[in-house]
Design a protein around this ligand. Structure first.
Ligand SMILES: *Cc1c(COP(=O)(O)O)cnc(C)c1O
Length: 459
């Protein structure tokens, strides 16, 4: 019996409101062809993000009911701390309300003018928090990681040669910390091998530089190591995750991903002095160190979620779900970033809609077409997100690629939802020559994709 079934039964359901194509056409018009502006109740399958959208288990909801909401020293904190300590092996665990709060605290202490922080690829909030304190965020992913159609088991690896050259050039005293993001979200959710984490830690440590993992998807990364890297097939995901953490000195986490929660994060570290400074900043802006801006019930849910996420049956199902969708659409000729990532599939919109020039935003056009065809919400990761008008000439600059991300929420959708998703993608693919391009009618001066407005352009 080869079918990998959802490793859970459904105890609580949330109805999906169905809409007709007619209605969706009107909704798209009213949202100015920007799905960020569509009400969630008008969406049938929401693949906007895997962040904070996980379905919690009965055990998580149960734990929330017995949470200890004491301001200081609450039982729920110690439960959360114990789980994170066991996972990461770090001495200090500081809860935060989400990943970017952990980043802001860490880089407020370590950043500053003249400092530079390497990573495979910085996630956008990580980069923004580093740049906000005047430091430089540098991406050193391997070259294979930048080639969408190239297949490589660990496209998220950091380039060890580039890392050595970077340290040589910038000097260790200007590099307060080195980071690795697992899995590499910005690079398409691609994993990092254990050998690469070890090699990077050796290089950094030789120069006295600590390594921090941006570990939002540590469990998905552990699964890739188990199934793709020699020597790990017989290890449990937990043992693999613990080994990953054994090479680093600290970690920042958004528990909205592999924490299986709807909110939360943490910083973990061994350095006592750094932890003291972090706690002081936490008190200033987030809350007392035993709740860090969270309700104790969130800490309880995360303590359970951080263990559930390492369940082998869950990870096998999680991975199978993404692979299954990828296989179905690739078989019919849809071009995606290869191999599919841990939490998402990225469709190559330029290949999908070759009749649309770059200034008709093929990624955004495809996002709208998927919504119109089947009520599916995805997100453009391309020129709408990363392009901008040149300040001098007003000429639009375009991103290197126009991708459409289908991010899969954890434990939310079943196989028939995924079958439907594939049908929607293939329906648009078969009628792709009818997809209309878009032009901007409004854009904000920064992060324009969230609020942009468009109109359709007749061919
Ligand atoms: C989501 C994410 C963050 C930021 O976390 P938030 O909880 O959204 O603030 C940082 N790094 C990576 C890799 C992420 O995926």
């Amino acid at each position: 019996m080869g079918t990998i079934i959802e490793p859970f039964k459904i105890k609580m359901v949330e109805p999906i409101r169905f809409t007709t194509r007619e209605e969706r056409r009107r909704i798209l018009q009213e949202a100015f062809f920007n799905p960020f502006l569509i009400k969630a109740e008008d969406i049938q399958i929401d693949l906007l993000t895997d962040s904070g959208t996980s379905a919690m288990s009965a055990a998580q909801w149960g734990a929330m009911m017995v949470a200890d909401e004491s301001y200081a020293g609450g039982r729920s904190f110690f439960r959360f701390e114990k789980v994170v300590k066991e996972l990461t092996g770090k001495k200090h665990v500081i809860p935060t309300h989400q990943g970017r709060a952990a980043e802001r605290i860490l880089f407020s202490i370590l950043g500053g003018k003249g400092k530079a922080i390497p990573n495979n690829n910085h996630f956008d909030t990580t980069r923004a928090n580093i740049e906000h304190v005047g430091a430089e965020a540098v991406d050193l992913v391997i070259d294979e990681g930048k080639k969408p159609s190239l297949n490589h088991p660990f496209k998220g690896n950091i380039d060890i040669g580039k890392l050595e050259a970077f340290i040589e050039r910038v000097r260790p005293e200007n590099i307060p910390v080195g980071m690795i993001t697992v899995t590499n979200n910005t690079g398409g959710g691609q994993p990092v091998s254990m050998a690469n984490i070890r090699a990077a830690s050796e290089v950094l440590h030789r120069h006295g530089i600590p390594l921090f993992l941006d570990c939002c998807r540590f469990a998905e990364n552990a699964w890739f190591i188990k199934t793709r890297e020699e020597g790990y097939a017989d290890k449990t995901p937990k043992e693999i995750a613990q080994k990953m953490f054994s090479y680093c000195d600290g970690a920042t986490m958004s528990c909205k991903k592999d924490g299986m929660g709807n909110i939360g994060g943490f910083i973990a570290m061994n350095d006592d002095a750094l932890a003291e400074q972090a706690r002081n900043l936490l008190i200033l802006t987030e809350g007392f160190p035993t709740y860090g801006g969270l309700a104790a019930r969130d800490l309880e849910a995360l303590a359970v979620g951080l263990e559930e996420v390492l369940d082998e049956n869950y990870l096998a199902y999680r991975h199978a779900c993404v692979e299954y969708l990828a296989k179905k659409i690739v078989a019919e000729g849809v071009a995606i970033v290869q191999p599919p990532g841990g939490h998402a599939i990225f469709i190559d919109a330029r290949a999908f809609l070759p009749h649309l020039p770059l200034n008709r935003y093929p990624g955004q056009a495809l996002v709208c077409a998927l919504y119109e065809a089947g009520g599916v919400r995805s997100v453009e990761v391309g020129s709408v997100m990363f392009g901008k008008p040149d300040p001098a000439t007003g000429q639009e600059t375009f991103a290197e690629m126009d991708l459409v991300r289908l991010a899969i929420p954890r434990r939310v959708y079943t196989q028939s939802h995924v079958d439907y998703l594939a049908e929607v993608v293939l329906d648009v693919f078969q009628n792709r020559d009818q997809v209309k391009g878009l032009r901007f009618v409004y854009q904000a001066p920064f992060l324009r994709h969230f609020t942009a407005r468009f109109e359709q352009v007749e061919p």
